[in-house]
Design a protein around this ligand. Structure first.
Ligand SMILES: [Zn+2]
Ligand SMILES: [Zn+2]
Length: 181
């Protein structure tokens, strides 16, 4: 078992890492987005009265941009519906805010205010923020840290980027600690 850098520490099997963000969009949101896009194109090009010949490119643009806008709105709502759960925030409340506030303001508010992602300590299963370096309950080390200043380092670092400490001098250097069973 390995523990990566602080962004993906712990919970590997549950797919918590930020790298699979696209997989965070549920199927219903994708289907809704496609249906909405096709629906708007249909509305613009079939239902509305035919424009004069010269105006066709403009209408094509209009249909395309409004279709994309509405489709991405559904994808966003879908993303929030899943993202909210891994941060132990109130799902109904945030779904309501993101859905009802006009012009995507709800989504902006959500991304400004969302809590850090939660993960579980692999040792004692306490729920902790994924940015923690140590578990506050059992002192399990979640991420590699410098042996002198105890701030986070990357496993590829040779020296601490905060204090310049030679990481190889630590009793268990960060990279060994991370790659250890
Ligand atoms: Zn713990
Ligand atoms: Zn340091």
């Amino acid at each position: 078992m390995t523990f990566g850098h602080k962004h993906s520490a712990g919970g590997g099997r549950e797919g918590v890492a930020g790298s699979d963000d696209l997989g965070m969009i549920p199927l219903w949101a994708v289907i809704l987005a496609v249906v909405a896009f096709v629906g708007i194109e249909y509305l613009v090009h079939v239902v509305l009265p035919k424009p004069r010949a010269g105006l066709f490119p403009m209408r094509l643009m209009m249909g395309y941009s409004s279709g994309t806008l509405v489709a991405s709105y559904f994808l966003l709502v879908g993303y929030v519906s899943r993202d909210v759960k891994r941060r132990s925030m109130s799902a109904p409340l945030w779904m309501l805010i993101v859905t009802l506030m006009p012009g995507g303001i709800g989504a902006v508010v959500y991304f400004l205010l969302r809590q850090p992602m939660l993960t579980r300590c692999p040792h004692c299963a306490t729920e902790i923020a994924s940015s923690y370096h140590f578990c506050p309950q059992c002192q399990f080390q979640m991420a590699p840290v410098c042996g002198r200043c105890f701030r986070g380092v990357e496993i590829t670092d040779v020296y601490c980027k905060q204090c310049g400490h030679d990481l190889a001098e630590d009793q268990v250097p960060a990279r060994l600690r991370v790659f250890r069973g």
